[in-house]
Design a protein around this ligand. Sequence first.
Ligand SMILES: [Zn+2]
Ligand SMILES: [Zn+2]
Length: 97
Amino acid sequence: MENIKKTCKTCGKEFWVIKQEQEFLAKMNLHHPSSCPGCREARRLADRGERQLYRTKCQNCQKDVIVSYNPETEKRRILCKDCYLQWFEKNQVLKTE
Ligand SMILES: [Zn+2]
Ligand SMILES: [Zn+2]
């Protein structure tokens, strides 16, 4: 197995997929990367920053919900979509004076 030179899809720079990495990718049944290590790392960080999701439970019906804010520090009630809609409708009614 030889090192493979590839061109990064994102920044156009050339990078190497070394033998050890090819062996690893083959073992894990993964495709060879199309972006250089720098761009891959940048994308990983961006994904982590923007789309951090937490699994928690609805405080009303205990159903599993996925939220985009940290439930540990969140002061609002955490409700699933159904409970939130019910709550919202109820409170809207009270507000219409
Ligand atoms: Zn790149
Ligand atoms: Zn609920």
